[in-house]
Design a protein around this ligand. Structure first.
Ligand code: SF4
Length: 358
């Protein structure tokens, strides 16, 4: 039974990748290199691709970046989004450089005339646009009208640019309403979802370093996804962007909205524990990190919930004193020692894969 009913939205495609309209939710990230440094940017894009990133955003602040973008476009098939602030001419240059989508910030893109030019260019190239509203860079007139960034101000900012798109008969629009304040971001996205059916890109902006950023993103993005709102996500961390992708997938997996990678179920440990489960779980997590299989692994500390969880996972170990019972597909298949548990688990994962391929 589906416990999350996703809200109906329009669908746009970015280099063939669907966003909205009930499509699987793509995980995005953004490069941290100068886009003009093609070699460094490509290295990061390749690492992001290995981690599962489906859409990569690159900043295009100047001509050197636009030239770099054009070269990068030739070297990867991943959908590439050009991130534009302040200078609308960079949006025009990014379209010519082969961008698959243009992100503009209504708060700093400038006059309606400039926005019209960008929309006309994007439309003629058959590309979608993201109207990316940030609470920290709202238009001055909206700050004056509302006093400070409010959900209404953010939705109004997006609405003004949606209206310009509609004047052009252009509907290939994705909208994001981001804030570092989680309740504000949630309220803005909910309000937008009440008024419009454009797909939403979710993110808590400037969420912070890995631990705090992960928690804030999980609360902000996760709350909305659980309500069926959201069509693509970017977790924003002050860290390697590969971490953003990993956290993004964990977030989706926690809600049953993605199946990439191994899901680990492990107990929090307590005084009943008789093995070093924290070490074992950490080692398993590390060794499974880059394995892209849809699989649930349970690592349980004792007989209280151990056999049930281990049998309920694809592969599980219910530990006891000095070792544990190994389960595969709900059945006991052997015993493992504490020291050999991780190696044996990895062997079982291979057997599991072969079984399912057969
Ligand atoms: Fe404690 Fe056992 Fe529960 Fe783990 S499974 S938390 S060791 S009671």
């Amino acid at each position: 039974m589906k416990l999350i009913q996703r809200r109906h939205t329009r669908q746009v495609t970015v280099r063939g990748l669907p966003i909205g309209g009930g499509a699987p939710i793509p995980v995005q990230s953004m490069t941290t290199t100068r886009t003009g440094d093609v070699a460094a940017t490509m290295r990061e894009i390749e690492r992001l691709e290995v981690a599962g990133c489906q859409l990569v955003r690159l900043t295009v602040p100047d001509e050197a970046a636009a030239r770099g973008f054009a070269e990068i476009r030739k070297r990867t098939d991943l959908p590439l989004v050009a991130d534009i602030h302040f200078d609308y001419r960079m949006a025009l240059a990014a379209v010519d450089a082969g961008a698959d989508k243009i992100r503009i910030n209504p708060g700093n893109i400038g006059s309606r005339k400039r926005v019209r030019e960008v929309i006309a260019k994007v439309q003629s190239a058959g590309l979608p646009i993201r109207i990316g509203v940030n609470a920290g860079s709202l238009e001055q007139e909206l700050i004056e009208k509302y006093g400070y960034p409010t959900p209404e101000a953010m939705v109004e900012s997006a609405g003004k640019h949606i209206a310009i798109c509609r004047e052009h008969g252009f509907e290939d629009v994705v909208v994001s309403l981001k804030a570092s304040d989680v309740p504000l971001m949630i309220a803005a996205c909910r309000l937008f979802a009440e008024k419009y059916d454009y797909p939403q890109h979710l993110g808590v902006t400037e969420a912070g370093p890995t631990r705090t950023g992960t928690i804030k993103s999980a609360v902000g993005i996760g709350t909305l996804l659980a309500e069926g709102i959201g069509d693509t996500i970017r977790v924003s961390l002050t860290d390697d962007p590969v971490q953003e992708v990993k956290v993004g997938f964990e977030l989706l997996k926690s809600l049953g909205l993605a199946s990439r990678g191994v899901t680990i179920v492990s107990c929090p440990t307590c005084g009943r524990l008789e093995v070093d489960l924290i070490r074992i779980a950490g080692e398993v997590e590390k060794r499974l990190e880059m394995i892209n299989k849809t699989l649930t692994v349970a690592l349980m500390g004792c007989a209280v919930n151990g056999p049930g969880e281990a049998a309920g996972a694809d592969i599980g170990i219910a530990f006891g004193k000095g070792g544990g019972l190994l389960y595969r597909n709900g059945k006991k298949v052997g015993k493992v020692s504490e020291t050999g548990a991780v190696d044996r688990l990895m062997e079982e994962i291979e057997v599991f894969e072969e079984t399912n391929k057969a």
